[in-house]
Design a binder for this molecule. Sequence first.
Ligand code: DAH
Length: 341
Amino acid sequence: MFEELENAFTSSLEELTQAQTPADLDIWYKGSLGRKGKLNLMARRVGQLEPDKRPEFGRRVNQLKKELEKAHKDRQDQLKGIDLDSVLAADGLDVTLPGRRPVRGGLHPATMTLRQIYRIWGDMGFQIYRSRDVETDELNFELLNMPKHHPARDMWDTFHTTTPGVILRTHTSPGQIHAMREYFPEPIRVILPGMCYRYEQITARSEIQFSQVEGLAVGTKISMADLKGTLVNFTRRMFGLERKTRFRASYFPFTEPSAEMDVECILCSGTGCQVCKYTGWLEILGCGMVHPRVLKNGGYDPAKYSGFAFGLGPERIAMLKYSIDDIRYFWSNDLRFLKQF
Ligand code: DAH
């Protein structure tokens, strides 16, 4: 009897290792530990033993039942683990699913306009020359023919830093001096793009920060005709071949003579509308022949060299091209505006 009991136990343990699924485990449980399972059937036969052997037999039955219970629990846990592993292996990652679309960004309208400007000037042989946003009073004003207390300085309201004489550039024109000093005595054809800063009231037409693209050509036989021809070519590529242009005499301290260039209003084609204030023309840039004093400050002898320069505002041009009526949209980071480009 004792031996039979031990055999029943070992065969049960053995069977348990064969169980592969929860259903197998249930069947095994019934057959080994159930009411009519092997162990209980053995227990019922206790009466067949000598009375003095019975308690020992009973104890052994209970002990073996406990061991089988534990073995059952272990196998159950083991199967759960295998089950999870197979689920993970089967459908953890379905690489055939279409991916999540990344959110696509776009270029800022000012950047788009800038790049278009670079391309046109690049085609005409102008290189991009970058110079700093933080400038000295000397470069931003003095070397551009605006000595201290010169009334022309009033055209540029200035942000000053806490270091005397160090300011945020009010225009890209100081880049002319940097470029000339670097290139002398070579001829120069550069554009100087960058952010400018003015201490101004922010309105629909003026911002405290905006970009500018300065242009500079210096050489031995550069004339006003070169200035006009080059700028007309630029506006044609920017606004279309048919677009009319005109030059008006103007004043800038760093050019002599100075002019401003207008294009025929792109909204009304010159017939007059709100945008062009019923003049039919839109001002797009300032320009002129580089002032002899500025040439000299850049290191070039004005008796031998001449040059032309211009300054235009990409945001202004973008506003004209896309009929944007408020410059504040450019730097307010409003996606409803930015997504339209
Ligand atoms: N620096 C001028 C401004 O910010 C624009 C300008 C005018 C630049 C005439 C030039 C120029 O180079 O020749 O208003």
